[in-house]
Design a protein around this ligand. Sequence first.
Ligand code: ADP
Ligand code: MG
Length: 236
Amino acid sequence: MTEPTLSVCQLAKDYVTADGTLSILKSLDLTMQRGEALAITGPSGSGKSTLLYMLGALDSPTAGRIQLEGCDPFQLNAAQQAEFRNRQIGFIFQDHHLLPQCNVLENVLIPTLPGAGATPESEARARELLGRVGLAERMGHRPAQLSGGERQRVAVCRALINRPALLLADEPTGNLDRSTAEAVGSLLLDLNREQNTLLICVTHSIELAHRFPRHCELQDGRLVDRESVNTVPVRG
Ligand code: ADP
Ligand code: MG
């Protein structure tokens, strides 16, 4: 059996507040192999964003371990951790966070700047990705000249430019109308297959979650596979 690409073991996250300690994630386990796609749903405030931030090494766990392709980002020093994030992680947020003063092509190339910079190879890849998402004619446009769905497609290309092992999406369709949301959802799933990344997508949309090969719910600080969610007795 091959080693899992992503292994999350007994992950816990507490926030210490003036009103006491909040235990948001509790002994959470997850393993995924390269090419897998997982949708995560759960009530607002259940810790979905907290989990993605830790998977993306943007915030550190209180306890437990995360390994991506054999590397635990929390064992790295700050500079190595920044490089890990830049190389291995692609992040897509609810809001695209594109730079308004840069055009589409420049926005997609931003994650390449800390490394070798925008080389002819990275520019060719950016053009290829933008063509793939139907924006070949829009490369010189600024974000303000695009629709919400188009901006989110640019954000998807930016997240993929460095060929990350893990693509994290936090409610990527939350601000889009229904048909645009459906198209962005399809794009994420298609690109996950084509680029052989790991994809973890947090969503409020049960329709979108059902289109994923695997769907977990964040319940009381742990991930529960959706099949078994149905067996939990409903209270109240
Ligand atoms: P979700 O994305 O599922 O809506 P979050 O992960 O954003 O939930 O937040 C989970 C819980 O943790 C919420 O109750 C939130 O208020 C709390 N929380 C998030 N960040 C902090 C923080 N820095 N300090 C204290 N509490 C926090
Ligand atoms: Mg959230």
